[in-house]
Design a protein around this ligand. Structure first.
Ligand SMILES: Cc1cc2nc3c(=O)[nH]c(=O)nc-3n(C[C@H](O)[C@H](O)[C@H](O)COP(=O)(O)O)c2cc1C
Length: 193
């Protein structure tokens, strides 16, 4: 149990790699982490909030203006909750918005408001990844101090081959453990979850 009582906020944006996140969440829960999830509207097209609520054992936040919410400042509460924020998958769109200071939905507002370490795991088609605007936005975010897990190379859902695949859930787990324990945890064994 490597993550007892560690709080991890996962921000999911609208990429095909959303299918990997429930597996990551299960792995985090097995390591005894607390997990909350914020999804963009686009992310909900790829995987249902119900699945994420079930594996995280927490409500999933999507709407900025939640009519039933009794906590009007939920975006601030979420921005202050975690020990680390992981944006995965991170779309080209969300990287551009956050690099430009745009906060037009709950997730980008939470990231604008947070002072917690934030790690992006970009995932996109190879041409989107190599696009100079995407690379410029990533450089802007890195220069400010945001952290990145580089995408892997391989075949993509669109059948292109190249860099842009989100790393597998067990690789994201290793990166989170490394970050949260600030120790060399390269020896953390990959497990099946
Ligand atoms: C089937 C499908 C797969 C997509 N996969 C990705 C992806 O992997 N990465 C990406 O940056 N955008 C991808 N997109 C485009 C995003 O969903 C789109 O830019 C969306 O506006 C992102 O919104 P968000 O950043 O608010 O979640 C995909 C779109 C579709 C229809």
């Amino acid at each position: 149990m490597l993550l007892v009582k560690k709080k991890i906020l996962i921000g999911m944006t609208g990429g095909i790699a959303c299918y990997k996140i429930p597996i990551l969440v299960r792995a985090l829960k097995k390591e005894k982490a607390e997990v909350k999830i914020v999804m963009t509207e686009a992310a909900t097209k790829f995987i249902t909030p119900l699945t994420l609520e079930t594996v995280s054992e927490n409500p999933v936040a999507i709407d900025m203006f939640e009519p039933k919410s009794y906590i009007a400042t939920r975006h601030i509460d979420l921005s202050e909750w975690a020990d680390v924020n992981l944006i995965a998958p991170a779309t080209a769109n969300c990287l551009g918005k956050i690099a430009s200071g745009i906060s037009d939905d709950l997730l980008t507002t939470v990231i604008c408001a947070t002072t917690t370490d934030t790690i992006f795991s970009p995932a996109m088609n190879v041409h989107m990844w190599e696009n100079k605007i995407t690379q410029r936005n990533i450089q802007i975010l890195k220069d400010i101090g945001y952290l990145f897990i580089d995408p892997a190379e391989g075949e993509m859902a669109c059948k292109h081959y190249g860099v842009g695949r989100m790393p597998e859930p067990e690789d994201l787990l290793v990166e989170l453990v490394k970050h949260l324990t600030k120790k060399q945890t390269r020896s953390v064994k990959k497990k099946a979850y």
